[in-house]
Design a protein around this ligand. Structure first.
Ligand SMILES: *Cc1c(COP(=O)(O)O)cnc(C)c1O
Length: 371
């Protein structure tokens, strides 16, 4: 599904030099590279504050802590996402309120969000799934009307641009109150272990987040609030410093591979290629097809037998996960997610895909579909 080795080999000297520098300096925690990466990242995102942390899941938790969400508060998010988004809501004693997604973009459906708002709702967590933004302008309008916070889960969409209706653009993750991302190795900007970051344009929140990630402390051994220990290792910061300048080229390589897939499947009515929303660029963390009138699992089997990696993101909707059984939900409220989990399939997607690989992948798929 990914080829991190070839990607590394192309930037080996920059990465190795950066890592060696950290070891020579032995500032393994909060070293100079962490500060430098935060500053480079804030510049890239065009946001006032970029604060790194241990991983993307922590970033989401820290965002909810920084916004002072309290047990019992309701947080609306997607039924069709990775578990991390919902896990931290539950972990903080908040109530996850899952809603169905848009059938074409797989992101939050604005009408379902509106219908889920109650007097207890405090925040919405849009997930920019597979590399494309949720409908942020509509969500921001709803949040403003009901006085709600917006925490963007940008783990799969770092580098994507949101296009506002007035022509302005902004990086996704910098539009809501706080944006959260992950540097898990396979993410569009991945390090060589775990890592994450939060974004905000609010100075007060920025300072608070900086304190929470480091035991709720601004000055060593003085603790103003309950925090966590969630820091980006200096070695990971060195890796990310070497990789950030390549992020736009990496995303362009993903888009080129997506264009190849699109063209190959354009005339196939059994495979629906990913929709490009007019309000967002798509950085293709995943290239996900929706199958129509064919057996998705048989296609998956056929691909694996022919050495074409593929995966189903996600096979189980969150409302049916055992862990979330205590939060009652009505299965009939999720027709889109319930259908998608049976019809989606994600193809190999990374920065190193060669034309002959893409040709083999698409031919193997079309052979099954047209049989
Ligand atoms: C990867 C991911 C996360 C969590 O990131 P980690 O760094 O693995 O903790 C959160 N949300 C989404 C949508 C993700 O894809």
């Amino acid at each position: 599904m990914v080829d991190l080795k070839t990607q590394y080999e192309k930037i080996k000297s920059e990465v190795d030099k950066g890592i060696q520098e950290v070891i020579s300096q032995t500032a393994f925690i909060n070293g100079a590279q962490v500060k430098r990466f935060q500053s480079d990242l804030a510049k890239y995102m065009d946001v006032k504050h970029a604060v790194t942390c241990g991983n993307g899941t922590d970033a989401l938790q820290i965002a909810m802590m920084a916004l002072d969400l309290k047990p019992g508060d309701e947080v609306i998010t997607s039924d069709f996402t990775f578990i991390a988004t919902v896990e931290v809501i539950a972990l903080l004693g908040l109530k996850p309120v899952l809603v169905d997604v848009d059938p074409e973009t797989f992101t939050l459906d604005i009408d379902h969000v509106k219908a889920a708002i109650t007097p207890k709702t405090k925040a919405i967590v849009p997930v920019h799934l597979f590399g494309q933004s949720a409908p942020m302008e509509a969500l921001m309008a709803v949040a403003k009307e009901h006085n709600l916070y917006i925490i963007e889960d940008t783990a799969q969409a770092i580098g994507s641009d949101y296009k506002f209706s007035d022509g302005r653009t902004a990086k996704v993750g910098t539009i809501g109150d706080i944006g959260c991302t992950s540097f898990f190795p396979s993410k569009n900007l991945g390090c060589y272990g775990d890592g994450g970051a939060l974004f905000t344009n609010d100075d007060v929140l920025g300072e608070k987040i900086r304190s929470i990630v480091n035991h709720g402390s601004k000055k060593k051994y003085y603790h103003d609030m309950i925090g966590v220990n969630s820091r980006l290792d200096t070695i990971q910061a060195a890796v990310l410093l070497a990789k950030l300048p390549h992020l736009d080229a990496y995303n362009a390589a993903r888009q080129a591979a997506a264009d190849y897939y699109d063209a190959a499947f354009a005339d196939c009515d059994k495979l629906i290629t990913p929709k490009r929303a007019d309000f967002s660029t798509h950085t293709f963390h995943q290239y996900t097809l929706v199958t129509k009138g064919i057996n998705r699992d048989a296609l998956k089997q056929h691909l694996l037998e022919n050495d074409v990696p593929c995966a189903v993101y996600y096979p189980v909707p969150l409302h049916l996960q055992k862990a979330f059984a205590p939060y009652e939900s009505n299965d009939a409220d999720f027709p889109v997610t319930n259908r998608l989990i049976q019809e989606v399939i994600s193809l190999p997607m990374h920065t190193e895909l060669q034309e002959e690989q893409l040709a083999f992948i698409t031919q193997t798929i079309l052979k099954f579909v047209n049989q």
